[in-house]
Ligand binder design. Sequence first.
Ligand code: LRH
Ligand code: MN
Length: 431
Amino acid sequence: MSTIIDSGRVAEHNAQLRAGLNADYEALGGMLARRGVDIEKLTAAAQSFAVALPSWGVGTGGTRFARFPGRGEPRNVFEKLDDCAVIHQLTCATPGVSLHFPWDKTTDPAALRQQAESHGLYFDAVNSNTFQDQAGQEHTYKYGSLTANNAATRAQAVAHNIECIELGRALGSKALTVWVGDGANFPGQHNLRGALERYLGSMREIYAALPADWLMFIEHKLFEPAFYATTIADWGTSFACAQTLGEKARCLVDLGHHAPNTNIEMIVARLAQFGKLGGFHFNDSKYGDDDLDSGSINPFQLFLVFNELADAAEREGAAFKPAYMLDQSHNVTDPIESLMNSAVEVQRAFVQAQLVDRAALRGHQEANDALQSAQALKHAYRTDVSAILAMARLRSGGAIDPVACYRDSGYRAQTAEARPAKAGASGSGIV
Ligand code: LRH
Ligand code: MN
């Protein structure tokens, strides 16, 4: 695997921090052993954990008000892949990259695939985009795409999704994520049932184009860009559509796509119970679809989501493999630092959930001992597993402290040199 950050520099960084890590690891190991937990098992589990990166997340994001580009912004999918390679090299937790078309369209998918493989990366689910009009596009998506009244507009949106499948196949991807912003801003603007019927008609055509070993992820979202009714607004609608479409259709849970205070971990439990949990877009939020760094606002919720995933894995075994992906927008931080931190926070929630004594928890639940049941989760959540995550990185060839190592490397300064800012790069919008 070719590395982007000089591996000697990473080794030097680790050498400085190794003694401290060994002491912390030993202390944690001792504490866990007294709880009957083998720290080596957890570290191995952490080493096998993977969450995919959003190609659109390595550029600086923005809001509808403004975008303030950072230094050394990636200018094309190949440079985005380089940045993803840096994140994976230092965290060893992000081997997958989720592409977005047409933002990441390339005339040379073989070269892109080759570049990815040279960095130990693969392509996770690809994302279609019928929430923006492209230059020269015949039919606008202003009034919807897969749900549009105009049959030619729907056909155009279906054709785009099928093209995404073809591009994804050339890159070795095995899934298509379909998020549409289709909806209405006024009561009466469209027939609520009619819109969903048109959606299902379009999705059936896309479903029919899926290769046998592919999955389709339906991503729901409560609102934005539509502000009165969104066609696929909640998990219930997504679930009903996935049931209707067939075995290969699953539901994708973007943590930021729910009303404040929604019990997202319960949605996860439900979708897992009914075999329709396809995957996640991890991020965090305080109000709306804020796309903030995972674990930065409500880390306990992230832990509770992974607690439900651990429960499902205990029930269904190795076959239970939802797709883990980040989907964030980095407006005020270096995107590479935010994505590294977020990957580690998702990995942290995964490891903490492994610490839940599920047999003891079941005992408390069956005894209606609410307090001890809650404490069984809190006990795991309160355990600082940082030493396990760092040891997993060290053993996998990464950096004990990815952000510090990245800053030491001067990578951002190098890219600022190599990638002069595009004129008029400010503007607005998420990417
Ligand atoms: C919609 C969404 C979707 C992506 C987009 C970049 O809010 O979460 O997953 O296509 O962000
Ligand atoms: Mn998303």
